[in-house]
Design a protein around this ligand. Structure first.
Ligand code: IMP
Length: 193
């Protein structure tokens, strides 16, 4: 199936919040802002698995000028399990990085969504404690209404309302990640609000 065919809204999606065109335009804009800011630094771009993978792959390809020495790495951060409510505890798991790789580097964490803010805050704190020269965070989405710890991303593509969203890398129970848009999941699909 082509992307165009897949883009017919999935039956479990109530409403498309952000179309693939809107995503592409905004991601390109933020990518250029980042590229300009990192023109004289070699960014260590660290994506969170698995939600940020789709966003990160588009983001790095839109960076212009191409940041010299850009490196891509990944870390697993989980707080959700198979539900839609955060467990409150953030666990950093498998990573392609060692502490030594981070020391002295300019780390740019790539997140899919800042919800309560716990994961983002934990990631920034973690890389700072590994001796990074700087740590910034870019997020595709933010739900300010849900914040439990004060955290604002350094770069943000979109603010979204307090609704459970899927697509463009975001999942519910490992489903819907490949949808090319951000859609609101029908509450009956997760037994939610
Ligand atoms: P936080 O620690 O509460 O900010 O949660 C961040 C993580 O929760 C994200 O990286 C997502 O994996 C997940 N998450 C939060 N809201 C949503 C959503 O609406 N859809 C899918 N995943 C979400």
């Amino acid at each position: 199936m082509t992307v165009a065919a897949q883009q017919q809204t999935h039956p479990d999606v109530d409403e498309v919040l952000l179309s693939s065109t809107q995503l592409a335009e905004r991601v390109a804009k933020v990518a250029r802002e980042i590229a300009a800011d990192y023109a004289d630094r070699q960014p260590l771009v660290v994506g969170t698995l698995k939600g940020a993978v789709v966003f990160m792959s588009d983001l790095v390809r839109e960076m212009d000028p191409v940041p010299e020495g850009l490196q891509m790495e990944f870390v697993r951060a989980s707080s959700y399990g198979a539900g839609t409510a955060s467990s409150g505890k953030v666990v950093l798991g498998a990573t392609t990085l060692s502490e030594a790789d981070v020391a002295g580097r300019h780390v740019l964490v790539v997140e899919d969504i800042v919800d309560t803010g716990r994961t983002a805050a934990r990631l920034v704190e973690h890389f700072a404690s590994c001796g990074a020269a700087s740590v910034k965070l870019v997020s595709l989405l933010s739900k300010p209404a849900r914040r439990e710890v004060a955290f604002e991303p350094d770069y943000l593509c979109f603010e979204v309302p307090d609704r459970f969203v899927v697509g463009y890398g975001l999942d519910f129970d490992e489903r819907y990640r490949s949808l090319p848009y951000i859609g609101v999941l029908r509450p009956e699909c997760y037994g939610g609000h």
